[in-house]
Design a protein around this ligand. Structure first.
Ligand SMILES: N[C@@H](CCC(=O)N[C@@H](CS)C(=O)NCC(=O)O)C(=O)O
Length: 222
């Protein structure tokens, strides 16, 4: 039975998993879960993931949550190009290092900007809290400095010469503030060049999976 993936296109880790499945050609059945409609709280979904979060995969009855665990599982189980999650121990350790770091850094800070600028105003019909946003942007800036100096350095991709799971997770998180038409990389030429390389490596799948976010951005421009 083909692997099932539960996702929402507005969820950054969901997009990373979906792009990986599509880009590597792993056969899968898509099961969208509309978070804005609360579908993550349905009894069927809660049975799969009591944490009520996407993404989730079900592979031949095996249920797995957490994007990092899912991506590592897929890259290890399926016959996909080695560069995604290198077997060489030092290279793999660097990818693991990024994936451990990102939860409380890139993901946390970029998501906060999106929450303040898009989600909260949408849910409460209140204007953006500018003080909180300024603080969140400054914290995100510190994280982007780290991303450049600790990971990217002068390499083409975050962990070396080729794209890995780290780049995939990172780009999906860094795209999120675009929902308010905010390009958080706009003053950072090195990260802009990196983003272009990652987008080219991901091909048209990248734009397909980000289509909903682009719709939000276009609305924000009106
Ligand atoms: N650590 C988890 C995070 C998953 C997560 O936070 N998912 C969010 C969307 S990005 C979600 O499903 N939220 C629904 C909710 O909290 O009700 C992962 O990497 O998969």
């Amino acid at each position: 039975m083909a692997l099932k993936v539960y996702f929402d296109l507005l969820s950054q880790p969901s997009r990373a998993v979906l792009i990986f499945l599509k880009r590597t050609g792993i056969p899968h059945i898509e099961r969208p879960v509309a978070l804005r409609k609360g579908e993550q709280n349905s009894p069927e979904f809660t049975k799969l993931n009591p944490m009520r979060k996407v993404p989730v995969i079900v592979d031949n009855g095996f249920v797995l949550t957490e994007s990092v665990a899912i991506l590592k599982y897929l890259a290890t189980k399926y016959d996909v190009p080695q560069f995604w999650y290198p077997q060489e121990i030092l290279q793999r350790a660097k990818v693991d290092e990024y994936m451990a770091w990102q939860h409380t850094n890139v993901r946390f800070h970029a998501a906060k900007v999106f929450i303040l600028e898009v989600l909260i105003p949408h849910m409460t019909s209140q204007p953006v809290d500018e003080n909180k946003l300024t603080k969140a942007l400054s914290e995100l800036n510190g994280t982007l400095d780290m991303l450049e100096s600790m990971f990217l350095k002068n390499q083409p991709f975050l962990c070396g010469d080729e794209i890995t799971l780290a780049d995939l997770l990172a780009i999906c998180e860094l795209m999120q503030p675009l929902g308010a038409d905010r390009d958080i990389l706009k003053d950072r030429p090195k990260l802009i060049a990196w983003r272009s390389r990652v987008q080219s490596a991901l091909g048209k799948t990248f734009d397909e999976v980000h289509s909903f976010l682009y719709q939000l951005r276009n609305k924000a421009r009106l």
